[in-house]
Design a protein around this ligand. Structure first.
Ligand code: LLP
Length: 423
């Protein structure tokens, strides 16, 4: 079978380690399922990105939607990054992580009046609008609050990023942003509003993009557009290219931040703007593992099944995108490989983590690692089947920290009760 490793998640004496801590030790102490993140993987990815673009005036805003663990947010903030928050909930978490609103971008296609007010009241760095109606809404709310709101408008460059249709966002038919064809008129109209400081232009063409070409094509279009807008006397100070930088889940060969910088920096140089980036997955995905345990194995004439204690509730991506996450034993054994479906305990046929996988034959109680679970794993988890969310551990060298404990049944009830008068 194939083993998935990187500098911070690798086998030592046939045991899988996160940095200097074995997954076996973590499973023993905290049980399974369990999310485990490598601090140094995330730090390295951030620094690699920042170094690649060090020649230009830029700022990296970590997309908290990919992993909103408070300590992960704080880690990127401590490294000098800002945070891209997509909702009042993410704003709240980011504040709890100790980040100042002036280091946050407020994004999202359908921000409510309450969310916009929150952003204006707390003076977030930039509010990104996705429609003319939203810009008018921001203007009105800013007026009510006696402020001038810093605004960027998201434009769809209409370039196909060739990724999964559910995570493609830069096409005109997508619900995001405004079409490039309407951009100049809309910027002129919005620039006349009294309580808006229209200072940015923004794009985000999709996620898990592994080729540089769609970025180059989009950025060329957007730079031209920005020049046209600036020629109308509108002071665009920030150019935000969004995130979406792809990672290796199996065989992908994504570009590096260095490759991206080489292709884009000369184009950015044509503009006198600060360049913003909003990476999520590329900073976190391969620094995380969902650790699980085999509950049962079984076979019929057609299939082998390995039933594990993690499910679509902890890692939804295979169920909804047919996404691939590599699955491997925590302790390498010498048994022959089999081909098996690796499935969870949830009562859905769609609850699988891997189909037709070549994997060492495993037995009940053996530990398995679901790789690339640092992004869009915990954040997309649910309590379906009244399952409790797993704890989250962050490893730093030979130290490890429980950042959130396992949910309890009481947790699941919140304040729900049998109500008087109904029965
Ligand atoms: N900025 C904006 C405006 C976004 O909408 C997103 C992701 C990002 C930045 C960060 O993108 P990243 O660098 O992480 O690709 N649940 C899906 C991914 C949805 C991405 C949504 N937007 C998945 O599991 O693949």
């Amino acid at each position: 079978m194939h083993y998935f490793e990187n500098e911070h998640l690798k086998y030592q004496n046939n045991q899988l380690y996160c940095e200097s801590v074995s997954f076996e030790k973590l499973a023993h102490e905290f049980g399974t399922p369990l999310y485990v993140y490598s601090k140094n993987f995330m730090t390295d990815r951030y620094k690699e990105f920042a170094n690649a673009f060090s020649k230009i005036n830029h700022k990296i805003f970590f997309a908290a939607k990919s992993n909103f663990n408070l300590n992960v947010i704080k880690l990127f903030s401590d490294l000098g990054g800002g945070i891209d928050v997509n909702s009042a909930g993410e704003f709240f978490r980011t504040i709890k992580a100790g980040v100042k609103p002036k280091d946050m971008l407020l994004t999202g296609v359908g921000k409510s009046a309450e969310e916009i007010e929150l952003g204006i009241k707390h003076d977030v760095l930039l509010i990104k609008a996705e429609s003319l109606g939203e810009v008018y809404q921001i203007n009105e709310l800013a007026q009510k609050l006696g402020k001038k709101a810093p605004v960027a408008i998201r434009v769809t460059p209409d370039v196909d990023p060739k990724t999964h249709p559910y995570i493609t966002t830069g096409l005109t038919e997508s619900k995001f942003g405004i079409p490039a064809s309407q951009a100049v008129d809309m910027f002129i109209e919005c620039n006349g509003l009294s309580h808006i400081n229209l200072c940015g232009i923004d794009m985000h063409i999709g996620s898990q993009i592994t080729s540089i070409d769609p970025y180059v094509e989009s950025v060329i279009r957007m730079v031209e557009l920005t020049k046209l807008i600036q020629a109308k006397g509108i002071n665009i100070e920030h150019f935000d290219i969004g995130g979406g930088f792809g990672v290796k889940y199996l065989k992908e060969t994504p570009f590096t931040p260095g490759d991206l910088a080489e292709a884009l920096v000369p184009i950015f140089m044509q503009l006198d703007c600060e360049i913003y980036f909003e990476p999520g997955r590329s900073l976190t995905a391969n620094g995380g593992v969902l650790l699980s345990k085999v509950v049962y194995t079984k076979s019929n004439e057609k299939k082998n099944f390995i039933v594990i204690d993690a499910a679509m509730t902890e890692l939804l991506r295979p169920s909804i995108y047919k996404a691939y996450h590599h699955i491997q034993p925590v302790v390498r054994n010498t048994k022959d490989d089999i081909i098996a479906d690796i499935v969870g305990p949830v009562c859905e046929s769609g609850d699988y983590l891997g189909k037709d996988r070549t994997i060492e034959n495993m037995e009940s109680d053996e530990l398995v690692a679901l790789m690339s679970a640092g992004a869009y794993a915990m954040v997309m988890s649910s309590n379906y089947n009244a399952r409790c969310r797993p704890p989250e551990i962050i490893v730093d060298g030979d130290k490890y920290f429980l950042t959130r404990s396992r949910e309890s049944f009481e947790h699941l009830l919140y304040d729900e009760k049998i109500v008087d008068g109904l029965h």
